[in-house]
Design a protein around this ligand. Structure first.
Ligand code: NAP
Ligand code: FE
Length: 364
């Protein structure tokens, strides 16, 4: 079945906030959800505040979202939304504030006990949202997912519901001018894995495949520039497009094996989300190539690689020195990954020993 289902309206390009001020009239009072500091430094928050002031729209700020946000953080944000009588949310930042903003928007309208937060059954009530990404990685501005650190399950778990699609996504690459190279690489590799996992998902359709392929091409064009720390405006624009394409793709297909393996690397070893994915992506291609060699060849060709080894060599150069792992750690992570919701949606379902081999071949 061919399905394209994306309620979010997207504006991408320089000055898109200043040129689309009408989208901010979503309510009477906004809750701006951000991380601790980047939105203040890169100009995004002051641009939004200027627009809200010009429209006479009141706002409050919740700037306590750390990377890999957890459940207490989103309840705290929802309390702020309620106390401030906010009737819409503006999330500014990387995937962490955007994901937190989505669950805050949900919790501000309904009582959900923490133990039911990932249940998937919610009332049809949520604050409308505007998302302004300032990294090029997660695509969260166009997905129905909010990924939270789940201390009870010792992993990262996903809230997935169409209710939390933002109403608007505004993407201006200018806010990433000073994004450090390490965050640029890690987030770009997250976006690359979204596009790749989407194409290699059982849920892929030809239209979404075209979008994901276009994302792979744009990010593929930037791999050498990132290796050389040559982050021009054109590179930033391509990475932002690639991230958006990846978000649209996984909104339809979800992620699969690579993300399922990555969550433990982030949860237990504090490895950035995108880097955690990149550590296993080449082995994932080797694994899928046994079932769908033509699809893997297409992906490699989009990035102008002849084979998986060439791809792996470039990813390894981008990742630099890798973390050390023990076999015991990887056995523990295997048991956790096998329980992830999305692990069996790729074109080839992995057995327990496949998952362990993917980890071992990538990380030992
Ligand atoms: P992030 O955790 O949002 O941000 C990483 C760092 O980058 C933070 O220190 C942040 O600073 C800084 N930063 C953000 N924008 C910046 C800018 N323009 N200039 C300088 N520094 C900037 O990282 P992320 O990789 O974008 O998001 C990762 C999260 O998204 C993970 O929790 C992951 O699981 C999730 N994710 C969600 C989806 C989805 O579909 N919803 C998909 C994939 C991943 P501040 O803290 O000061 O802002
Ligand atoms: Fe991701």
């Amino acid at each position: 079945m061919l399905k394209f289902d994306l309620p979010t309206k997207i504006f991408l390009g320089k000055n898109c906030i200043k040129e689309n001020t009408n989208v901010f009239s979503l309510g009477k009072k906004a809750l701006i959800v951000t991380g601790r500091s980047s939105a203040k430094k890169n100009g995004s928050q002051s641009d939004v505040e200027a627009v809200l002031n010009s429209l006479n729209i009141d706002y409050a700020i919740f700037d306590q979202v750390k990377s890999n946000p957890d459940i207490p953080t989103v309840y705290k944000g929802a309390e702020t939304a309620k106390a401030e009588h906010a009737d819409f949310v503006i999330a500014i930042g990387g995937g962490s504030p955007m994901d937190a903003g989505k669950t805050i928007a949900l919790l501000a309208c309904q009582n959900i006990a923490p133990e039911n937060i990932f249940s998937g059954s919610y009332q049809k009530k949520v604050l409308p949202m505007i998302h302004i990404p300032t990294t090029s990685g997660t695509g969260s501005e166009v997905t129905p997912y909010s990924i939270l650190s789940n201390h009870k399950a010792q992993t990262k778990s996903t809230i997935a519901t169409p209710l939390i699609f933002p109403t608007y996504a505004l993407l201006d690459p200018a806010y990433q001018k000073d994004l450090p190279i390490s965050i640029t690489i890690n987030t770009a590799l997250d976006a690359l894995s979204h596009n790749i996992e989407s194409i290699l998902s059982m849920k892929i359709n030809p239209l979404i495949a075209q979008i994901a392929q276009s994302g792979i091409k744009q990010i593929g064009d930037c791999l050498t520039a990132m290796e050389n720390n040559d982050l021009t405006e054109a590179v930033r624009e391509k990475l932002q497009y690639g991230s958006l394409a990846g978000g649209i793709a996984i909104a339809h297909t979800g992620t699969n094996i690579v993300h399922s393996l990555g969550y433990s690397l982030t949860y237990f070893r504090d490895i950035d989300h995108g880097r955690a994915n990149a550590l296993t992506i080449a082995e994932y291609l080797n694994f899928i190539a046994k079932t769908a060699p033509e699809k893997v060849a297409l992906i490699l060709n989009d990035m102008k690689f002849d084979n998986i080894s060439q791809f792996k060599a470039q990813i390894d150069r981008l990742l630099g020195k890798k973390e050390a792992f023990t076999a015991e750690e990887l056995e523990k992570y295997t048991q956790i990954a096998l329980k992830a919701k999305n692990i069996n949606t790729s074109l080839r379902a992995p057995s327990e020993s496949d998952v362990l081999s993917l980890y071992k071949n990538s990380l030992l």
